[in-house]
Every structure is written in structure tokens, then in C-alpha cells.
Design a protein around this ligand. Sequence first.
Ligand SMILES: NC(=O)c1ccc[n+]([C@@H]2O[C@H](COP(=O)([O-])OP(=O)(O)OC[C@H]3O[C@@H](n4cnc5c(N)ncnc54)[C@H](O)[C@@H]3O)[C@@H](O)[C@H]2O)c1
Length: 348
Amino acid sequence: MALGTGSRTSVAIIGAGTQGCRLAYMWSSTGYDVHLVDAQASQLEGSHKVIEGFRSAASRKPRRWGEVITHFPKDLSAALQTAWLVVECVPEQLQLKRKVITELDSLAADEVIIASNSSSYTCSEILETLTLKNERRFLSAHSYWPPETPELEVMGHETTDPSCITLVLDRSKAHGFLPFHVKTPSMGYLYNRIWAAIKREALLAASEGVATPEEIDAIFKGVLKTPKGPFELMDVVGLDVVLDIEQHYADARGNIPSEPREYLQSLLRSGRLGVKKCQIAGTSSEPRTTRSHSGRAAQRWGLVTTRSTTLRMRDAVDRICSSRALDSSRKMATDDMTELADETTDAG
Ligand SMILES: NC(=O)c1ccc[n+]([C@@H]2O[C@H](COP(=O)([O-])OP(=O)(O)OC[C@H]3O[C@@H](n4cnc5c(N)ncnc54)[C@H](O)[C@@H]3O)[C@@H](O)[C@H]2O)c1
């Protein structure tokens, strides 16, 4: 039997958190069942209400929703029984992802496609230390938040079977996703790479004195007719986080100009973290009372990372604040990060 076809009609999802519930809602939208697995009873119990909320808010109602059947990990085999696809949506921790993928590989029949929803680890990175029974059916299927953002980035690794990619692209489209094939392994998938380039060039131009951040934001907004410029958007995320992400690209690629990072470092040295400190890289600041609005703007732009990454970012903010004796800003930064984690989408 070809991969992922035949009588297998359900999708299994591992992790009933933010993305797991969202994916359960999407993958049950054509009447097929979803098997949702989580290690925590409270997450499984709460998932039905969350999914029901997505269904009530959906602008297009299907003729019939599929059933969402919940399981604990001990019943993983049963959850995979009729699945053509299983998506891991556990927290963004590399070792945990490897453990879950290894279990799925050992329990899932050969024709079941295994996907990771990881935001920052490519499937090649996840596979690095693993020897799987069948790595050709493993790929990444990276979705966004909130559910009204239907874009899905589908990316294989060096030996992914192309028929798995085709099947996920086709079936995800039939379930309301807007899938994009990321044709080669790519850090940041597709969208976050584009956003990284915009940030980098805006910072480089400011560091060279070509224009001020306000002027760069103004021309960007004027030409593209968007509500925010790159500096305003970077400010929502926090300049320390922007620096971390830029450093990740520099470490991975080695040929990234250092000036944007140096420019960010100089702002951070002067205590400018971004909107979390109500103190922006020279741009017009948003008052803290509009943090929710900032979160939504970031969400539209795909600026902010997942909850788990955000919590790591929060730790980083904590370290920066304490190392520079910015005690008063630590609580504000922490509040902002928590709120952004609750409100917003993915980043890179
Ligand atoms: N939140 C987002 O907006 C977003 C967007 C794109 C991608 N992602 C990615 O999706 C993945 C999940 O993110 P999330 O925000 O949904 O996380 P989350 O913390 O909301 O949910 C994770 C769930 O996994 C469960 N879990 C942990 N270990 C488990 C195990 N061994 N077996 C079964 N369940 C287990 C937890 O109980 C929790 O319910 C991450 O890789 C993240 O990078 C998240």
C-alpha cells in the first residue's frame, strides 16, 4: 500500500495544547475522526471545550464534524489504529520531540506519515541522533496561530518520500489549510526567513545612518500600506529576543552581517528592551495599556514564538534584566512575555 492511503482516514495528534487543539479542529472539519493524545488529564478534558469554541466561531460550518477521541500515551497504539497521519505537537524541547518521534516510529504502521509541528527544529535536526525504522515517512508540517491563519508549511528532510509531501499538501488543503511546500530543509521555514531578512536589512540601514528607525518605519508603512513598520514590530517582540533569533541565524549560517546584531546590542546596553520597557529603538512607543493590541499586531505578522519558546525568551529577559540591574523592568517584561505567549503566534 502506498504511504498514507487506503482505509486509514483519521489523524492522530500528540499533545492537546494550543496547537494540538487547533489541529484537531482543522483535521476533524471534513467529518473524519481525530485521535488526540496527551499526558495530562486536564489537557484532554479541556480540549473538548476549546475545540467546540473553534467550531462555534468557524465561519464555514461543515456538514459533519469528525469525532475527537482522547487518549493517554499508554493507549498510543489504539490512537494510531486508523490514522494516515500523526502530528506531534508536544512542547518545543528537542529531546522530548526525539523521544515522541521514536515512539511513533516504532508503533505506527509503515504507511502512517509522521509529522512534527516544531517551530524551530527542522526534521533533519530532530533526526540527527535517531535511527528510525522508516524515516522516509517523516516530515514537518508547521502551522500558525490563531486558527484563522490557515498557512501551513510542509517541509521534508533529505530522504522524505515525496509522496508523503504530496499527500499532506493535498489533504491539508481539503481541510481548510493553505499549504506551502518548503522544498528544501530551511531554518525558519519560509515565512520566518522573509521576516528575518526584513528585520536584518532595516537594522543594517539604521546602523549605517541611512535613516532613523522612525523614517524606516514610515517608508515601509507608506509603501506597503501596513499598520506597523519593522522597528515597531521588533519592538513588540522585544529587542533581546530579536537579537537571539538573529544570533541563531548567524550561528547556523556563518555569513550573516554582524552590524544588525551590534546595533541591537548597543540598544540593549542602553537598557532598551522594546515595548516591554515602553522604550523603543527610537521609534514611536506604544503605551503598555495597548499590549493586547501589540500582541494582535505581532500575531498578524507571525512575530512571536510559541508558548514554550516564549517562556525561554522570558528567562532570557530575566537574565538580561538582572545582569543590568533593571529590576523594575523585569516584572513588566515577564508580564508581557506571558501575555504574548497567551495571545500570539509563531516566530523565527
Ligand atoms: N503555540 C503556537 O502558536 C505554535 C505555532 C506553531 C508551532 N507550534 C509548535 O507546536 C508545538 C506545540 O506547541 P503548543 O504551543 O501547542 O504547546 P503547549 O504547551 O500548548 O502543548 C503541548 C502539550 O503537549 C503535552 N505533552 C507533553 N509531553 C507529552 C508527551 N510525552 N505525550 C503527550 N503529550 C505531551 C502537554 O501536556 C501539552 O498539553 C511546539 O513544537 C511549538 O513550537 C506552536
